[in-house]
Write a protein that binds this ligand. Structure first.
Ligand code: ADP
Ligand code: MG
Length: 730
């Protein structure tokens, strides 16, 4: 029997792990495995605690002697929870996390075994980094890279079935100081926006001394039976199915969305949620998504750096916990063709240390102006840097969603709702050169009157926009489900920092020429509205009309990753990232190179999987069936029966044979096309060739014929689990 039928049989035979969450209150276990400031308080000396605290709050450097004390406290805490090993936990550009475990255990010079963990080891490690993607940085500079402790994200204990490890969040940089991960540039981008936002906020309120960007992600994912998944080499190796005919029942009945969560999945959710709570991940929401077997998890929002760590940690936890339930989590953006893919909405806002959400419309005319300033600056940033924002979400897997009529399109536009559209329209019309104090006072009051309606307006949200204002935050919806949010967050926070910095300079300039502050602000807001209004779009983002309209407006619509990534090599991008010290030219070039390579390697792997499956799995089964038909027709003919008795068999035979020939020929041609692409020296040209000459030319075509065979060939002999089985059986 094939793996396929074994898996299906096991589904009905076995009773799967039903353990879910325990009945204890979440608050009782929340953060149990995190070295929170509370725990630091009881494990550290006053001096060490204070040093850790100020480093957490303001990024202040920790002295070596204090680092030693912190390391000792950290080890004591970890050992009290049965931990024997530690690791520097970091986020290389492969998209997952990396760790190398070392034990606390060591031998003294006289051979006495002891447990040890000192400040130097806490602060810095030199993992053998030569095999992480580096875009050539280490080839030209130094072969070494190192990880450095990020005290702003707390250490935690990761519990695997095999044991517990103390994880220390770190940045990963080359020996010459170039960043090789997502965290280092993210921290820099957050610093940049923090500073720019405080400067602008101080125009209105001098009490604000810190602005912190916040992120609440919504993680979509599929979860299917593990044995069925394991019987699909494409899912195992590429995270998506390269073949598979659409099931009779897909998502057309819309009976899955917000429906009752299936029991087995529910137990899995409770289980991974529990693990997440212990790690301090504040999960809040769980529900079914649109496609069968698709679900979503969302937390309470947090500071961006922590939220990013928590998301990547959650993805890891989910995948591991799924194994206990004999389930497989699919984080790929498009594991199954023909039904919805998965995204990761990034809800984003700015919070002040005075307790204000800068994207929540204010209660007074004055705070409304504060809100409008930030609101318009964000729109301006997205308009000016739509290309870079698009590049930040580009990946081989996300290409299956963007512009594919079910996810936000590849065109970056901003949705703001009717009332804010009207508010911006009013400002645009009424603020001009002759705008005086009285006009300003009246306008402010008028705007204030329309803003309370906002809440109402936003209950009716436009789900087709890639970047939508949803009442008190922006929601960047084009981020892919498998992505590290950091990539999108680095870009978004940098471009808004850019906009705010320029805004402040323009307002200051007007003030220095004698304008009153409020008027200077209004006039600059008005100017920004005029400059960026083409990016605003309220209609159906999935429609063809929008594509045409966007083209007229001059908005970029880049559908494939290799071309979308061009935005990283422009002078504009180099200046932007360098101005804010997020990436040097060299780092940006390296990122570009790495992303192109990631892209083409993924397409290359998929091409190989397709060839392999087609030749080793599909054709043998089809040829067997062909043989059956041949002998059947032959026998009927030999018996002297009229052709009408085997016309159907002949027809089937003809069709099956045709598909076999086409698949064989196309696979061969695809291999040749890959060879041609592989010989291209330039990475960008090679990536474009992989997209246009390999993927676009052959993937859908080969798939079409394989899927036809699936529908013709004897079901009993088909080896790959079918869509209906993976999506509907549990
Ligand atoms: P939905 O978009 O599905 O209707 P919600 O609007 O309730 O759901 O929230 C979705 C996400 O937005 C949650 O993860 C939540 O934490 C996050 N969120 C809410 N307010 C903010 C904020 N000020 N900053 C960042 N994220 C936020
Ligand atoms: Mg949402």
């Amino acid at each position: 029997m094939s793996l396929r039928f074994d898996a299906i049989k096991a589904l009905t035979d076995e009773s799967h792990a039903k353990m879910g969450g325990s009945a204890t209150k979440i608050s009782a276990i929340f953060g149990e495995n995190v070295f929170t400031l509370d725990k630091a308080r009881s494990f550290l000396s006053d001096e060490a605690y204070k040093s850790l605290l100020s480093s957490t709050k303001s990024g202040k450097k920790i002295e070596r002697t204090l680092a030693n004390q912190i390391a000792i406290g950290l080890r004591a805490w970890a050992e009290s929870k049965g931990v024997t090993h530690y690791t520097h936990w970091f986020q290389p550009l492969t998209g997952t996390t990396a760790e190398k475990h070392d034990s606390f255990f060591t031998l003294k010079s006289d051979g006495t075994p002891i447990e040890e963990f000192d400040g130097a080891t806490l602060i810095q490690q030199e993992p053998d980094a030569s095999s992480f993607p580096n875009g050539g940085i280490r080839a030209t500079f130094e072969a070494r890279g190192y990880t450095a402790w990020d005290p702003s994200s707390p250490a935690f204990i990761f519990e695997a079935d095999a044991g517990r490890t103390l994880c220390i969040p770190t940045v990963f940089v080359s020996y010459t100081g170039e960043s090789l991960d997502y965290k280092a540039p993210l921290i820099k981008a957050l610093e940049a926006i923090g500073k720019a936002a405080v400067d602008v906020a101080n125009l209105f309120d001098k009490n604000i001394s810190k602005v912190t960007p916040t992120l609440g992600w919504e993680q979509e994912y599929f979860v299917i039976d593990e044995a069925l998944a394991n019987a699909r080499p494409d899912l195992v190796q590429a995270g998506r199915t390269v073949f598979g005919a659409a099931p009779a029942k897909g998502q057309q009945l819309e009976d899955h969305y917000f429906g009752a969560i299936p029991e087995r999945v529910y137990a899995f959710m409770r289980d991974f949620e529990n693990e997440s709570y212990k790690l301090g991940i504040p999960l809040r929401t769980r529900h079914n998504e649109v496609a069968p077997s698709q679900f979503e998890a969302a937390p309470i929002f947090e500071e961006v750096n922590i939220a990013v760590d928590h998301n990547i940690l959650l993805m890891d936890v989910m995948s591991r916990v799924a194994k206990r339930h004999k389930l497989k989590v699919l984080l790929h953006e498009k594991p199954f063709a023909g039904i919805n893919g998965s995204g990761k909405h990034n809800n984003w806002s700015l919070a002040t240390d005075t307790g204000i959400n800068l994207l929540a419309p204010g209660k007074t005319p004055k705070t409304n102006l504060l809100f409008l300033t930030f609101f318009v600056n964000i729109i301006k940033a997205v308009h000016e840097h739509a290309d870079i924002l698009r590049a930040s979400i580009a990946s081989a897997s996300n290409d299956h969603r963007l512009g594919a009529n079910e996810a936000p399109p590849a065109i970056i536009s901003v949705f703001i709702g009717d009332y804010l559209t009207k508010v911006l329209g009013d400002i645009e019309k009424r603020v001009g050169d002759k705008f005086d104090e009285q006009d300003e006072a009246i306008l402010k009051l008028d705007l204030h009157k329309s803003i309370p309606e906002l809440l109402l307006d936003n209950t009716d949200r436009n789900r087709t926009s890639p970047f939508a204002f949803t009442g008190n935050k922006f929601e960047f919806r084009a981020v892919g489900s498998s992505a590290n949010c950091a990539n999108a967050m680095i870009t978004l926070n940098t471009i808004v920092a850019d906009s705010l910095t320029k805004f402040k300079a323009e307002v200051d300039e007007l003030i220095s020429k004698g304008s009153k502050k409020e008027i200077a602000v209004m006039q600059t807001i008005q100017k920004y509205i005029v400059e960026s209004k083409t990016v605003l779009f309220e209609g159906d983002g999935y429609s063809f009309e929008w594509e045409k309209e966007a083209e007229k407006r001059g908005l970029p619509n880049v559908k494939t990753t290799p071309l979308a990534l061009d935005a990283l090599s422009t002078d504009k991008a180099k200046k932007l990232f360098e101005d804010f010290n997020v990436y040097s030219h060299r780092e940006l070039e390296a990122r570009h190179e790495i992303e192109l390579e990631n892209y083409l390697k993924k397409v290359q792997i998929e091409g190989r999987i397709m060839g392999d499956l087609a030749i080793n799995h599909i054709l043998p089964v089809a040829i067997n069936y062909q043989n059956k038909l041949v002998s059947n027709v032959k026998s009927l003919k030999e018996l002297g029966l009229p052709e009408t008795t085997y016309a159907a068999q002949l027809d089937l035979l003809k069709k099956v044979s045709e598909h076999i020939q086409v698949i064989y020929n196309k696979v061969h041609e695809m291999v040749e096309a890959r060879k041609v692409a592989n010989n291209i020296e330039n990475t960008r040209t090679r990536a474009i060739a992989y997209d246009s000459q390999v993927k676009a030319k052959y993937f859908d075509d080969i798939r079409y014929h394989v899927d036809k065979l699936e529908q013709l060939v004897d079901n009993e002999t088909w080896t790959l689990p079918k869509y209906r089985e993976m999506l509907l059986l549990r």
